[in-house]
Design a binder for this molecule. Structure first.
Ligand code: NDP
Length: 326
């Protein structure tokens, strides 16, 4: 088996030299165990802050995969089945089955199984529960989402449309903006080329925003908060604009709009709704099958390219979910 380890903690933006590819000998299977082979691996923004805070140099990079069972000494799992696992950047691994989630048996032949790492997996569930439970969106409201052409953001915008809202999205290239329009976003703009973010947000929704699904944080959020409507709700999902800083940015102070507009702002982690995972996956899968929820994947080929795919995603090279196919 092969695995990518964190060779050296990041300083600023991750580099190829932060990672090392290692060979690992796997032992023979014991009764009750399975041997799995990663087919698709996910690269996600959280890996940047997580590896810095919670990993030691030499640890295998954290992450999830869709894997195929290649050998089984566990009667509950048959060879050839596919599962979602959370075993990091590895080509092969052994499991006792307890930490695996079988792909739903209703998984349609026509859909790539990698969707279980994106639109029908953790990022899709983040959009689903974040909008419903944290933003508490209601039909007729206006929803703002940033990093809107990414894995989470593209689902947020489409779910808000399904929920009867007006949706404004922003992303970092004109191609991404065109994609957002194709997905049905009411307004979309390139935050890198607007002369004033404040004006662009005002133009997109002169009455302001009821819900703000924030994937970016930092300066963007400080500007957007001033355009919330009274009683608006802000879901703090991610802060990708801050993840690569070695020196923390000094922020704006948000208390005044929070008070006078009586806003609610709540950070969340998708695992809060692990007990409702099945409901989320079923709903997202159904909407994908019905064509109501579109997806796009940015697939990098080759396990050896994991660091490149991860760094590319942090730079914004991905449209939709960034995936590595082994
Ligand atoms: P994406 O697929 O959206 O990929 C990351 C995108 O972030 C890039 O494509 C890039 O798009 C954008 N980006 C990078 N740097 C900046 C910057 N400085 N300013 C603005 N945008 C930037 O990733 P995900 O959909 O997987 O994740 C989106 C966010 O959601 C992340 O912050 C992540 O940490 C968070 N998240 C939180 C979860 C939770 O449970 N709370 C679960 C999953 C994700 P562009 O070209 O538009 O700049």
């Amino acid at each position: 088996a092969k695995a990518w380890v964190l060779k050296k903690h990041f300083e600023g933006f991750p580099q190829n030299s932060n990672f090392d590819l290692k060979k690992i000998e796997l032992p023979n299977l014991k009764d009750g165990e399975l041997l799995l082979e990663s087919v698709f691996l996910s690269v996600d923004p959280y890996m940047r802050p997580y590896s810095q805070r919670d990993m030691k140099e030499g640890d295998i990079m954290i992450g999830t995969q869709v894997a195929r069972i290649v050998e089984s000494k566990n009667p509950a799992f048959t060879v050839g089945s596919f599962v979602v696992a959370n075993r990091g950047w590895r080509t092969h691994f052994i499991s006792d089955g307890k930490d695996l989630q079988l792909l739903p048996s209703s998984w349609p032949e026509s859909l790539p199984r990698s969707l279980a790492l994106g639109t029908v997996g953790m990022p899709g569930l983040t959009a689903y529960f974040g909008l419903l439970e944290v933003c508490k969106m209601k039909p007729g409201e206006t929803v703002l989402v940033n990093a809107a052409a990414g894995a989470v953001g593209s689902v947020v915008g489409q779910l808000a449309k399904i929920g009867g809202c007006k949706v404004v999205g922003c992303a970092g290239s004109d191609d991404k903006v065109a994609y957002l329009k194709k997905l049905g976003f009411d307004e979309a703009f390139n935050y890198k080329t607007v002369t004033s973010l404040d004006e662009a947000l005002r133009k997109a929704s002169p009455d302001g925003y009821d819900c703000f699904f924030d994937n970016v944080g930092g300066e963007f959020a400080s500007i957007a908060i001033n355009q919330m409507k009274k009683y608006g709700r802000i879901a703090i999902c991610g802060a990708i604009s801050l993840y690569n800083d070695s020196v923390p940015q000094k922020g704006a102070y948000v208390q005044v709009p929070m008070i006078f507009k009586e806003l609610q702002m709540e950070g969340f982690i998708v695992s809060r709704w692990n007990n409702r995972r099945e409901e989320g996956v079923k709903t997202l899968l159904k909407w994908v099958v019905e064509g109501k929820l579109k997806y796009h994947e940015h697939v990098t080929k080759g396990f050896e390219n994991m660091p490149m795919a991860f760094i590319g995603m942090l730079k914004g090279e991905n449209l939709g979910k960034a995936i590595v196919r082994v």
